[in-house]
Design a protein around this ligand. Structure first.
Ligand code: CAA
Length: 294
C-alpha cells in the first residue's frame, strides 16, 4: 500500500480552534461551519503527534483553491498555531495535484469592483504569517495559486513528477497571490519572467536546480519525508524556531544591514529563553537537550 493510500485510510482528526476541546476522531467531510472541514483533511502526525498535517481534499477539481478551502486552511492554521504540541506544519495535496490554482469557475464572473472592493484573495496571506515552520509537500500540479501556496510555505519538498507553473497569463490575468514576487526571488528574474509570460511549467528537477524546492523524492515517499522533516523541526525549541523563521523571512523584506540588525536582536533575545540555556548546557554536559519552549 502506498504512503498516500495509507494516509487516505487514516481517519482524520477534527481540529477545533479552542484549546480546551479534545481532538475527536471523525470523518472529515462535513460542513466547516460546524467546526469541521469540507475541503481539507486535518490531523496530527509524527511519533509525538507534533506535526500539524493539512491535506487539500477537492480531488475532482484537482484541489482548486476555492474561497471555502482557503478559509478552512486559515482556520486549521489558526488551530495549529495555538496548539502547543505542534511544532511544524505540513501542507500537501494528492498525488495528481497539490493544487491546480485558484478556482477559475469561482472567479469567472467576478468584476473589478468586487475584487478591489473585497480585497480578493487577501485572506490567503494567513499561510505566510504563521509563526510555526510550514512545509509544502508537492506532488503533481502546483499551478497558479497552487504554486503560490507552496511558495508561501517555508520549505518546499517535491515529488519527482511534480510540475510548477504560473499559467495565469493563459487566462488573461496575472498571478495574484505572490507569484510574481516569490517566484522571482526564488528562481531569479529570467526563469520567473519566462514562466509568468509563457505559462510554461517546470519539472520537479528544474525546480530543484533553480532553488524553488529543497528536495525531490519519489512520489509515494514524499509526504512521509515531509513529516520526518516536520518532526525534526518540532523536536527543537518551538520558541526559538519561530525566531529563526522570522529572521530568515526578513531576508526577503529588509536590506542586508537591516536584516543583520534584526537577526542580531533576535539572537540576543534567545539568551532570554530557558531553551537557549538548556541547549548549551546539554552540549557541555554531553547529553541531548530537553526543550520546553520557554
Ligand atoms: N479551477 C477550477 N477548476 C479546475 C481548476 C481550477 N484552477 N483546475 C482544474 N479544474 C477542474 C477542471 O475544470 C475539471 O473539472 P470538470 O471535470 O468539472 O470539468 C477537473 O478539475 C479536472 O481538470 P482537467 O480535466 O482539466 O484535468 P487535466 O488532467 O486534463 O488537466 C490541468 C490538468 C493541466 C491542471 C488543467 O486542469 C488546468 O490547466 N487547470 C487550470 C490551471 C490554471 O490555469 N491555474 C491558474 C488558475 S488562476 C490563479 O491561480 C490566480 C492566482 O494567482 C491566485
Amino acid at each position: 500500500m502506498s504512503t498516500m493510500a495509507a494516509f487516505c485510510r487514516t481517519a482524520a482528526f477534527l481540529l477545533r480552534p479552542a484549546k480546551a476541546l479534545p481532538y475527536t476522531l471523525t470523518a472529515a467531510r462535513s460542513c466547516s461551519s460546524g467546526g469541521q472541514y469540507q475541503y481539507i483533511l486535518v490531523e496530527k502526525k509524527g511519533a509525538n503527534q507534533n506535526v500539524g498535517f493539512i491535506q487539500l481534499n477537492r480531488p475532482k477539481a484537482l484541489n482548486a483553491l476555492c474561497d471555502g478551502l482557503m478559509t478552512e486552511m486559515g482556520q486549521a492554521l489558526d488551530a495549529f498555531e495555538s496548539d502547543s504540541q505542534v511544532g511544524a506544519i505540513v501542507i500537501t495535496g494528492s498525488e495528481k495535484a497539490f493544487a491546480a490554482g485558484a478556482d477559475i469557475k469561482e472567479m469567472q464572473n467576478r468584476t473589478f469592483q468586487e475584487c478591489y472592493g473585497g480585497n480578493f484573495l487577501a485572506h490567503w496571506n494567513r499561510v505566510s504569517t504563521v509563526k510555526k515552520p510550514v512545509i509544502a509537500a508537492v506532488n503533481g500540479f502546483a499551478l497558479g495559486g497552487g504554486c503560490e501556496l507552496a511558495m508561501m510555505c517555508d520549505i518546499i519538498y517535491a515529488g519527482e513528477k511534480a510540475q510548477f507553473g504560473q499559467p495565469e497569463i493563459l487566462l488573461g490575468t496575472i498571478p495574484g497571490a505572490g507569484g510574481t514576487q516569490r517566484l522571482t526571488r526564488a528562481v531569479g528574474k529570467s526563469l520567473a519572467m519566462e514562466m509568468v509570460l509563457t505559462g510554461d511549467r517546470i519539472s520537479a528537477q528544474e525546480a530543484k536546480a533553480s532553488g524553488l524546492v529543497s528536495k525531490v523524492y519519489p512520489t509515494a515517499q514524499l509526504v512521509e519525508e515531509a513529516i520526518k522533516c516536520g518532526e525534526k523541526i518540532a523536536g527543537n525549541s518551538k520558541l526559538v524556531s519561530s525566531m529563526a523563521k522570522e529572521a530568515v523571512n526578513a531576508a526577503y523584506e529588509l536590506s542586508l544591514a537591516e536584516g543583520n540588525r534584526l537577526e542580531k536582536r533576535l539572537f540576543h533575545s534567545t539568551f532570554a529563553t530557558a531553551d537557549r540555556k538548556e541547549g548549551m548546557t546539554a552540549f557541555v554536559e554531553k547529553r541531548k537537550a530537553i526543550f520546553e519552549d520557554k
